[in-house]
Design a protein around this ligand. Sequence first.
Ligand code: TXA
Ligand code: MG
Length: 321
Amino acid sequence: MLETLELASSRAGIESAADILRQGGIVGFPTETVYGLAADATNPLAVRKIFAVKGRPVSNPLILHLGDPAQARRFAVLDETAKLLCDRFWPGSLTVVLPAKPSHPVCSEATAGATTLAVRVPSNAVARRLLSAFGGPVVAPSANLSGCVSPTTAAHVRRDLGGRIDALIDGGRCSHGMESTIVEVGNGAIRVLRDGAVARAEIAAAVGLATQTGFRPGAAPGQLASHYAPTARLRLNAIEARDNEVWLGFGPDAGSAHFNLSKAGDTTGAARNFYGMLRAIDALATKTSCPTIAVSPIPERGLGRAINDRLRRAAHDNSVR
Ligand code: TXA
Ligand code: MG
């Protein structure tokens, strides 16, 4: 058991975190999407610690986080479409999978041996200050145990990984609350490998694609069928709670729900609340001996698509009808 150093998002806190990364340590930190677990991308020992602490399959590559969009060219090749997307969405919550340059310094543990690199430049101010203080490339998965619910506050990270990581920067609650959208670009086509905080419609608008038909199918290797799972079972598309169920609602019709992702029926607000409420209602289900969480239907519009993707995976092993 390690003592996890609790750091504030002050200048001193960020400097300590950057030093810990330089020494091969691993650090929990906020991004605008979810909390990440950072390691020096060029240090195989540090990167292996991330996989060990999360219980993550070593075949599942990590996203490279850069402090400055201009750094991406050191690591990867950007075609015209990729440049357009990066100009439009960086800093921000879009991850772009790019062909890696042969001489890039990211260790093969981080890429899982792939010849591509998933790259993102987060917009969260604390994340940017950490990346800039460290100077080099950082890899960061979400700071949760593999397969479990993602973290959107420092308290979530503390609960899952406290005593197993070197330090944790508390930067408050994540403003988007949903992971980055991952796209792969090549041969004029765009594949969405993971729906996330940037809606498909925004990407389509940026590159002049038809939202409904313009995207090619694709999936990130780490998107397991069962993922993001709470302890309680889930019953999806529930219009009310049955006996022995707690209810995670959405919209104005879910008046008696224990938690409501968005009373106004807004998918961006629901995405922001999603992981925090899933954790809270899971705790309530345990406390009240209700084995099942009933979840209201979420519309596929906007960030609803990303929420429904997470719900389907969260329900995969344990769903009830
Ligand atoms: O919002 C986010 O992206 C957060 C924050 C911390 O930045 N990070 C995150 O990382 O969600 P993680 O490890 O939980 O999910 C990364 C996903 C995995 O599904 C992985 O398989 C995929 O990215 N990925 C990484 N490198 C890839 C590559 N070269 N090609 C395709 N998918 C890749
Ligand atoms: Mg994750």
